[in-house]
Design a protein around this ligand. Structure first.
Ligand SMILES: Cc1ncc(COP(=O)(O)O)c(C=O)c1O
Length: 455
């Protein structure tokens, strides 16, 4: 572990006493204060270096402080920081063209947002407007995450926020996911689980009445909540929504920009499986500045073209963020990061499978086709009994995360799922170091569980 000089202490009360931090109990907040970064590493105020195995929130795909993106932000700041989203801005137009190019959607349109949640909300608004169903139903999945603003929470099948919203009041219906390891339809294979999930959606559309359904919104393969849909799922869903005349929206907030080994995860299934719209954020600027987007296919764009667009936020398509987006896309291209993610992701998956043969606590390892993989922890591999009921986290996994941090590596977990999603620029050596540490810590976890007769 490289130890850096601590930065000068700042004046005033510590952050813990002044700031509310997201997704945590405030009295338990003990996260590091980060003062710098480079590649896959972050530098903390107390002089430590942390290897980032989750790209923070699966968003820093380009690593931290990517020089080309930082330079583009600086250059744009010198020229023009802001212009309203109702007027034109050069980096915005440039970024829209680049995105439509990579999607292969000539004649499409891009609406820029501030992040992922509002991209999803806008995608729903556009799908409803374009289908002439202003209150049309939207079908999403249980065990999904589409954001934490109110309508995005309604779209999300997320146990953590379930009590805060009534999806039906947002005209959202959630259906079971194609979660092959624990198939909600009780099927025996991944392909059957995918087919059953799509049949369920067809039935749901039929029961609501196709005339009343505006869209289906889902992640194409790897999901933020740790489910990786079988390859049969997305093409079958595309066929079903096409047959029903329902727009299909791909939430690509996490899965795009190489995370799933493609520019956009749906591309794994070929041009025929393209959605009608996709939402982006995170990797769009590599998290250097907040930015989201709804990319619309030409069919959806055409339907919207003559309509008054009754939406927009002050900072939509902020020029600084769009300039960062342009530099990010150029970097993915020039550094061949999408291909790199596919190659390193395959290696990471193999290594995790090797760990699975050594540690009984790993029930399943699944990969998202790029630098995204999940190890699902169980207390009994045969019965697949989870280490703790979803979405709780067993204390042994909490301890593993803490010990990893003490040793200079940050891993992410959701419930019992260990999520690996390092920046696409991580070196082979850094990745190997992190996996070797994981091997050691999983050994500790397994012996602790055996001591408690939990395994
Ligand atoms: C799949 C998915 N959709 C939407 C969002 C929400 O994005 P944001 O946090 O930028 O609002 C996230 C964030 O984690 C996500 O993973």
């Amino acid at each position: 572990m490289i130890v850096r000089q601590p930065s000068q202490p700042t004046d005033g009360p510590p952050e813990r006493e002044t700031v509310l931090h997201s997704w945590c109990v405030q009295t338990e907040w003990n996260a590091p204060t980060v003062v710098g970064g480079e590649g896959a590493r972050l530098f903390t105020a107390d002089g430590r270096t942390i290897l980032d195995m989750s790209s923070l929130a699966e968003c820093s795909n380009l690593g931290h402080q990517h020089p080309r993106v930082v330079a583009a932000i600086r250059a744009q700041a010198q020229q023009l920081c802001f212009v309203t989203s109702a007027w034109g801005a050069e980096p915005r137009a440039r970024l829209a063209s680049l995105l439509l190019d990579e999607a292969g959607w000539p004649g499409g349109r891009v609406f820029f947002t501030l992040g992922g949640a509002d991209a999803n909300e806008h995608a729903v608004k556009f799908a409803r407007a374009a289908s002439g169903k202003p209150r049309g139903w939207v079908i999403t999945r249980e065990r999904s995450y589409h954001g934490a603003s109110y309508a995005a929470m309604a779209l999300s099948g997320d146990a953590r926020t379930a009590a805060q919203v009534d999806p039906a009041s947002f005209r959202v219906l959630r259906v079971p996911p194609p979660y092959a390891y624990r198939c909600p339809f009780g099927t025996a294979s991944a392909a059957e689980c995918a087919a059953a999930a799509v049949r369920h959606i067809e039935t749901a559309i039929g029961e609501l009445g196709a005339r009343k359904v505006a869209a289906v919104m889902m992640e194409p393969n790897a999901g933020t909540n740790g489910i990786v849909a079988p390859d049969e799922f997305w093409p079958a869903l595309r066929a079903a929504t096409r047959a029903a005349g329902t727009w299909l929206i791909a939430d690509e907030v996490m899965s795009a920009f190489g995370r799933c080994g493609e520019w956009f995860a749906w591309q794994r299934y070929g041009a025929d499986a393209r959605p009608d719209a996709m939402t982006l954020a995170k990797g769009l600027t590599g998290a250097h500045l907040p930015l989201g987007a709804v990319v619309l296919s030409s069919e959806l764009a055409r339907a919207l073209e003559p309509q008054m667009l009754m939406t927009g936020l002050t900072y939509c398509g902020h020029p600084l963020a769009c300039a960062a987006g342009v530099a990010a896309i150029e970097s993915y291209r020039e550094e061949a990061l999408i291909e790199r993610s596919r190659r390193l992701g395959a290696w990471m998956l193999e290594e995790l499978m090797r760990l699975q043969t050594r540690h009984a606590a790993i029930g399943e390892v699944r990969g998202g086709h790029g630098l995204f993989a999940v190890a699902e922890l169980v207390s009994d591999r045969r019965t697949r009994e989870p280490l703790a009921p979803w979405p709780q986290q067993h204390r042994s996994l909490g301890r593993l995360l803490e010990h990893a941090m003490d040793r200079g590596v940050s891993f992410a977990a959701r419930g019992n799922l260990l999520l690996l999603a390092p920046p696409l620029v991580i070196s082979e050596r850094e990745l190997a170091e992190a996996l070797a540490l994981l091997d050691e810590l999983l050994g500790e976890l397994t012996s602790n569980l055996a001591g408690e007769h939990r395994i």
